[in-house]
Design a protein. Structure first.
Length: 325
Protein backbone atom coordinates (compact mmCIF):
# COMPACT_ATOMS: atom_id res chain seq x y z
CA UNK A 1 0.00 0.00 0.00
CA UNK A 2 2.83 2.40 0.79
CA UNK A 3 4.24 2.09 -2.72
CA UNK A 4 1.00 2.76 -4.60
CA UNK A 5 1.13 6.26 -6.18
CA UNK A 6 -1.32 8.48 -4.32
CA UNK A 7 -2.90 11.90 -4.69
CA UNK A 8 -4.05 13.87 -1.65
CA UNK A 9 -6.46 16.78 -2.05
CA UNK A 10 -7.41 17.57 1.57
CA UNK A 11 -4.43 18.37 3.77
CA UNK A 12 -4.15 21.22 6.26
CA UNK A 13 -0.61 22.53 6.18
CA UNK A 14 -0.23 23.32 9.88
CA UNK A 15 -2.32 20.29 10.78
CA UNK A 16 0.24 18.08 9.05
CA UNK A 17 3.07 19.36 11.27
CA UNK A 18 4.74 16.45 13.10
CA UNK A 19 4.42 16.94 16.88
CA UNK A 20 8.20 16.72 17.27
CA UNK A 21 8.61 19.56 14.79
CA UNK A 22 6.23 21.82 16.74
CA UNK A 23 7.85 20.90 20.06
CA UNK A 24 11.26 21.72 18.63
CA UNK A 25 10.08 25.05 17.29
CA UNK A 26 8.44 25.90 20.62
CA UNK A 27 11.70 25.14 22.43
CA UNK A 28 13.64 27.37 20.03
CA UNK A 29 11.21 30.21 20.71
CA UNK A 30 10.90 29.55 24.47
CA UNK A 31 7.16 28.93 24.20
CA UNK A 32 5.50 26.51 26.62
CA UNK A 33 3.18 24.25 24.65
CA UNK A 34 3.35 21.32 27.06
CA UNK A 35 -0.42 21.40 27.56
CA UNK A 36 -1.17 20.37 23.98
CA UNK A 37 0.81 17.11 24.05
CA UNK A 38 0.22 13.72 25.63
CA UNK A 39 2.94 11.89 27.54
CA UNK A 40 3.79 9.90 24.41
CA UNK A 41 4.44 13.17 22.55
CA UNK A 42 1.31 13.14 20.38
CA UNK A 43 -1.21 15.96 20.23
CA UNK A 44 -3.80 15.98 23.04
CA UNK A 45 -7.41 17.08 22.57
CA UNK A 46 -10.84 16.04 23.82
CA UNK A 47 -13.10 16.59 20.83
CA UNK A 48 -13.31 18.47 17.55
CA UNK A 49 -13.75 21.90 19.14
CA UNK A 50 -10.85 21.36 21.53
CA UNK A 51 -8.86 20.09 18.54
CA UNK A 52 -9.37 23.49 16.87
CA UNK A 53 -7.90 25.20 19.95
CA UNK A 54 -4.92 22.83 20.05
CA UNK A 55 -4.39 23.32 16.31
CA UNK A 56 -4.26 27.10 16.74
CA UNK A 57 -1.92 26.78 19.74
CA UNK A 58 0.47 24.60 17.73
CA UNK A 59 0.31 27.07 14.85
CA UNK A 60 1.21 29.95 17.19
CA UNK A 61 4.92 29.02 17.06
CA UNK A 62 4.94 29.26 13.26
CA UNK A 63 5.77 32.94 13.09
CA UNK A 64 8.00 33.58 10.09
CA UNK A 65 8.29 32.59 6.43
CA UNK A 66 11.34 30.52 7.38
CA UNK A 67 9.25 28.59 9.92
CA UNK A 68 6.78 27.77 7.14
CA UNK A 69 9.60 26.78 4.80
CA UNK A 70 10.83 24.27 7.38
CA UNK A 71 7.28 23.05 7.97
CA UNK A 72 6.74 22.56 4.25
CA UNK A 73 9.83 20.39 3.94
CA UNK A 74 8.79 18.27 6.93
CA UNK A 75 5.26 17.80 5.57
CA UNK A 76 6.40 16.88 2.07
CA UNK A 77 9.02 14.42 3.30
CA UNK A 78 6.33 12.62 5.28
CA UNK A 79 3.82 12.63 2.41
CA UNK A 80 6.38 11.43 -0.14
CA UNK A 81 7.37 8.56 2.15
CA UNK A 82 3.81 7.24 1.80
CA UNK A 83 3.71 7.31 -1.98
CA UNK A 84 2.02 10.69 -2.44
CA UNK A 85 3.04 12.12 -5.82
CA UNK A 86 0.72 15.13 -5.82
CA UNK A 87 -0.81 17.06 -2.94
CA UNK A 88 -2.93 20.15 -2.43
CA UNK A 89 -2.48 21.85 0.90
CA UNK A 90 -4.77 24.28 2.70
CA UNK A 91 -3.04 27.53 3.65
CA UNK A 92 -4.51 30.48 5.52
CA UNK A 93 -3.17 34.04 5.40
CA UNK A 94 -4.71 34.32 8.88
CA UNK A 95 -1.75 32.28 10.10
CA UNK A 96 0.70 33.46 7.44
CA UNK A 97 1.02 37.18 7.97
CA UNK A 98 -2.29 38.00 9.65
CA UNK A 99 -4.16 38.68 6.43
CA UNK A 100 -1.76 41.36 5.17
CA UNK A 101 -1.16 40.87 1.45
CA UNK A 102 2.51 41.90 1.52
CA UNK A 103 3.30 39.60 4.44
CA UNK A 104 1.28 36.80 2.87
CA UNK A 105 3.37 37.09 -0.29
CA UNK A 106 6.54 36.53 1.76
CA UNK A 107 5.10 33.42 3.39
CA UNK A 108 3.79 32.08 0.11
CA UNK A 109 7.17 32.60 -1.56
CA UNK A 110 8.92 30.63 1.19
CA UNK A 111 6.41 27.78 0.98
CA UNK A 112 6.51 27.62 -2.80
CA UNK A 113 10.30 27.80 -3.00
CA UNK A 114 10.60 24.92 -0.53
CA UNK A 115 7.93 22.91 -2.38
CA UNK A 116 9.79 23.31 -5.67
CA UNK A 117 13.01 22.07 -4.05
CA UNK A 118 11.13 19.11 -2.57
CA UNK A 119 9.71 18.29 -5.99
CA UNK A 120 13.25 18.08 -7.36
CA UNK A 121 14.49 16.04 -4.41
CA UNK A 122 11.51 13.86 -3.55
CA UNK A 123 9.35 13.74 -6.66
CA UNK A 124 6.24 15.12 -4.94
CA UNK A 125 4.32 18.05 -6.43
CA UNK A 126 2.52 20.54 -4.17
CA UNK A 127 -0.09 23.18 -4.94
CA UNK A 128 -1.80 25.61 -2.55
CA UNK A 129 -5.43 26.34 -1.67
CA UNK A 130 -6.17 29.39 0.48
CA UNK A 131 -8.79 28.83 3.16
CA UNK A 132 -10.67 31.34 5.21
CA UNK A 133 -11.57 30.20 8.74
CA UNK A 134 -15.31 29.88 9.25
CA UNK A 135 -15.36 30.56 12.98
CA UNK A 136 -13.34 33.75 12.44
CA UNK A 137 -16.40 35.15 10.67
CA UNK A 138 -17.29 36.50 7.20
CA UNK A 139 -15.71 39.92 7.74
CA UNK A 140 -12.39 38.26 8.40
CA UNK A 141 -12.82 36.13 5.28
CA UNK A 142 -12.79 39.17 2.99
CA UNK A 143 -9.09 40.13 3.36
CA UNK A 144 -8.21 36.44 3.18
CA UNK A 145 -9.99 36.17 -0.17
CA UNK A 146 -8.20 39.31 -1.33
CA UNK A 147 -4.86 37.73 -0.41
CA UNK A 148 -5.85 34.67 -2.42
CA UNK A 149 -6.99 36.70 -5.42
CA UNK A 150 -3.80 38.76 -5.35
CA UNK A 151 -1.61 35.65 -5.55
CA UNK A 152 -3.74 33.36 -7.73
CA UNK A 153 -1.83 31.60 -10.47
CA UNK A 154 -0.15 28.37 -11.46
CA UNK A 155 0.81 27.48 -7.87
CA UNK A 156 -1.92 29.04 -5.73
CA UNK A 157 -4.85 27.34 -7.43
CA UNK A 158 -7.88 27.25 -5.13
CA UNK A 159 -9.95 28.81 -2.39
CA UNK A 160 -11.98 27.20 0.36
CA UNK A 161 -13.21 27.41 3.91
CA UNK A 162 -12.27 25.38 6.98
CA UNK A 163 -12.95 25.68 10.71
CA UNK A 164 -16.06 25.21 12.82
CA UNK A 165 -18.87 24.24 10.49
CA UNK A 166 -21.47 25.05 13.14
CA UNK A 167 -20.66 28.79 13.05
CA UNK A 168 -22.39 31.07 10.56
CA UNK A 169 -24.03 30.21 7.25
CA UNK A 170 -22.26 29.49 3.96
CA UNK A 171 -24.17 32.37 2.39
CA UNK A 172 -22.45 34.75 4.83
CA UNK A 173 -19.18 34.04 3.03
CA UNK A 174 -20.46 34.50 -0.53
CA UNK A 175 -18.48 37.72 -1.08
CA UNK A 176 -15.19 36.01 -0.28
CA UNK A 177 -15.93 33.08 -2.58
CA UNK A 178 -17.07 35.34 -5.40
CA UNK A 179 -13.86 37.36 -5.05
CA UNK A 180 -11.75 34.21 -5.29
CA UNK A 181 -13.75 32.77 -8.17
CA UNK A 182 -13.43 36.00 -10.17
CA UNK A 183 -9.65 35.73 -9.76
CA UNK A 184 -9.74 32.32 -11.42
CA UNK A 185 -9.41 30.21 -8.30
CA UNK A 186 -11.20 26.86 -8.12
CA UNK A 187 -13.58 26.33 -5.22
CA UNK A 188 -13.84 23.78 -2.43
CA UNK A 189 -15.54 24.11 0.95
CA UNK A 190 -15.72 22.07 4.15
CA UNK A 191 -19.28 20.83 4.69
CA UNK A 192 -20.98 17.71 5.95
CA UNK A 193 -18.35 16.87 8.53
CA UNK A 194 -20.42 18.05 11.52
CA UNK A 195 -23.41 19.96 10.18
CA UNK A 196 -25.28 17.05 8.61
CA UNK A 197 -26.76 16.81 5.14
CA UNK A 198 -28.29 20.28 5.50
CA UNK A 199 -24.84 21.86 5.72
CA UNK A 200 -23.85 20.15 2.48
CA UNK A 201 -26.94 21.43 0.70
CA UNK A 202 -26.40 24.96 2.04
CA UNK A 203 -22.77 24.99 0.87
CA UNK A 204 -23.70 23.73 -2.60
CA UNK A 205 -26.48 26.29 -2.99
CA UNK A 206 -24.63 29.31 -1.61
CA UNK A 207 -21.01 28.77 -2.68
CA UNK A 208 -21.19 26.49 -5.76
CA UNK A 209 -18.04 24.46 -5.05
CA UNK A 210 -16.55 21.85 -7.36
CA UNK A 211 -15.38 19.82 -4.39
CA UNK A 212 -16.53 19.34 -0.81
CA UNK A 213 -14.20 18.87 2.12
CA UNK A 214 -15.57 15.73 3.79
CA UNK A 215 -19.21 15.94 2.63
CA UNK A 216 -19.81 12.44 3.98
CA UNK A 217 -22.86 13.33 6.09
CA UNK A 218 -24.71 13.77 2.81
CA UNK A 219 -25.40 10.05 3.26
CA UNK A 220 -28.27 11.09 5.56
CA UNK A 221 -30.20 12.27 2.47
CA UNK A 222 -30.01 9.97 -0.54
CA UNK A 223 -31.63 12.55 -2.80
CA UNK A 224 -28.74 14.86 -1.93
CA UNK A 225 -26.27 12.05 -2.60
CA UNK A 226 -27.81 11.60 -6.04
CA UNK A 227 -27.55 15.34 -6.67
CA UNK A 228 -23.85 15.25 -5.77
CA UNK A 229 -23.30 12.32 -8.10
CA UNK A 230 -25.26 13.85 -10.97
CA UNK A 231 -23.49 17.21 -10.65
CA UNK A 232 -20.07 15.57 -10.49
CA UNK A 233 -19.19 17.13 -7.14
CA UNK A 234 -16.06 15.48 -5.77
CA UNK A 235 -15.82 14.55 -2.09
CA UNK A 236 -12.50 14.96 -0.29
CA UNK A 237 -13.09 12.04 2.09
CA UNK A 238 -10.95 11.67 5.20
CA UNK A 239 -12.16 8.46 6.84
CA UNK A 240 -9.45 8.20 9.49
CA UNK A 241 -10.13 11.76 10.63
CA UNK A 242 -13.88 11.15 10.78
CA UNK A 243 -13.51 7.96 12.83
CA UNK A 244 -10.95 9.40 15.24
CA UNK A 245 -13.12 12.46 15.90
CA UNK A 246 -16.27 10.37 16.29
CA UNK A 247 -18.20 11.62 13.28
CA UNK A 248 -18.72 7.92 12.56
CA UNK A 249 -18.25 5.26 15.25
CA UNK A 250 -16.01 2.94 13.24
CA UNK A 251 -14.38 2.40 9.86
CA UNK A 252 -17.12 -0.08 9.00
CA UNK A 253 -19.74 2.61 9.63
CA UNK A 254 -18.02 5.16 7.40
CA UNK A 255 -20.10 5.86 4.26
CA UNK A 256 -17.27 6.22 1.74
CA UNK A 257 -18.04 2.88 0.08
CA UNK A 258 -21.80 3.49 0.03
CA UNK A 259 -21.19 6.88 -1.56
CA UNK A 260 -18.86 5.38 -4.16
CA UNK A 261 -21.33 2.63 -5.01
CA UNK A 262 -24.04 5.25 -5.52
CA UNK A 263 -21.92 7.00 -8.14
CA UNK A 264 -20.31 9.77 -6.08
CA UNK A 265 -16.74 10.70 -6.97
CA UNK A 266 -14.75 10.04 -3.81
CA UNK A 267 -11.13 10.75 -3.03
CA UNK A 268 -9.00 9.83 0.00
CA UNK A 269 -7.00 12.19 2.22
CA UNK A 270 -5.62 12.43 5.76
CA UNK A 271 -6.88 15.90 6.80
CA UNK A 272 -4.51 16.57 9.76
CA UNK A 273 -2.57 13.29 9.85
CA UNK A 274 -0.52 13.47 13.08
CA UNK A 275 -3.54 14.74 15.00
CA UNK A 276 -5.56 11.74 13.85
CA UNK A 277 -2.76 9.15 14.00
CA UNK A 278 -3.00 8.37 10.31
CA UNK A 279 -1.04 8.40 7.06
CA UNK A 280 -2.06 7.86 3.45
CA UNK A 281 -0.69 4.33 3.77
CA UNK A 282 -2.87 3.70 6.82
CA UNK A 283 -5.94 5.08 5.03
CA UNK A 284 -5.35 2.71 2.13
CA UNK A 285 -4.73 -0.25 4.44
CA UNK A 286 -7.97 0.36 6.31
CA UNK A 287 -9.98 0.81 3.13
CA UNK A 288 -8.55 -2.47 1.86
CA UNK A 289 -9.20 -4.45 5.03
CA UNK A 290 -12.65 -3.00 5.84
CA UNK A 291 -14.18 -2.54 2.38
CA UNK A 292 -12.09 -4.88 0.27
CA UNK A 293 -10.68 -2.16 -1.94
CA UNK A 294 -8.06 -3.55 -4.29
CA UNK A 295 -5.40 -2.00 -6.49
CA UNK A 296 -7.89 -1.46 -9.29
CA UNK A 297 -10.20 0.58 -7.03
CA UNK A 298 -7.28 2.54 -5.60
CA UNK A 299 -6.04 3.29 -9.11
CA UNK A 300 -9.52 4.54 -10.00
CA UNK A 301 -9.63 6.76 -6.92
CA UNK A 302 -6.21 8.18 -7.83
CA UNK A 303 -7.45 8.98 -11.35
CA UNK A 304 -10.58 10.61 -9.92
CA UNK A 305 -8.35 12.65 -7.61
CA UNK A 306 -6.13 13.77 -10.47
CA UNK A 307 -9.13 14.76 -12.59
CA UNK A 308 -10.43 16.79 -9.61
CA UNK A 309 -7.09 18.43 -8.84
CA UNK A 310 -6.99 22.19 -9.28
CA UNK A 311 -3.61 22.21 -11.05
CA UNK A 312 -3.11 23.24 -14.67
CA UNK A 313 -3.25 20.82 -17.58
CA UNK A 314 0.52 20.52 -17.96
CA UNK A 315 0.94 19.54 -14.32
CA UNK A 316 -1.96 17.09 -14.56
CA UNK A 317 -0.40 15.44 -17.61
CA UNK A 318 2.94 15.12 -15.84
CA UNK A 319 1.35 13.56 -12.72
CA UNK A 320 -0.73 11.20 -14.85
CA UNK A 321 2.48 9.56 -16.03
CA UNK A 322 3.33 8.74 -12.43
CA UNK A 323 -0.04 7.03 -12.09
CA UNK A 324 0.49 5.09 -15.27
CA UNK A 325 -2.56 6.82 -16.71
Amino acid sequence: MRDLPKIELHLHHEGAAPPAFIRGLAKEKSVDLSGIFREDGSYAYRDFWHFLSVYEAATSVLRTPEDYARLTRAVLEESASHGVVYSETFLSPDFCGGGDVAAWRDYLHAIRETAEAAERDLGITLRGIVTCIRHFGPDRARPIAECAADTAGDWLVGFGMAGDEMKGRPADFAWAFDCAREAGLRITVHAGEWGGAASVRDALDALRPERLGHGTQAIEDLALVDRIAEDGIVLECCPGSNVTLGVFPSWAAHPIERLRERGVKVTVSTDDPPFFHTTMTAEYENLSSVFGWDEEIFAGVARTSLDAAFCDAATRERIAKKLGK
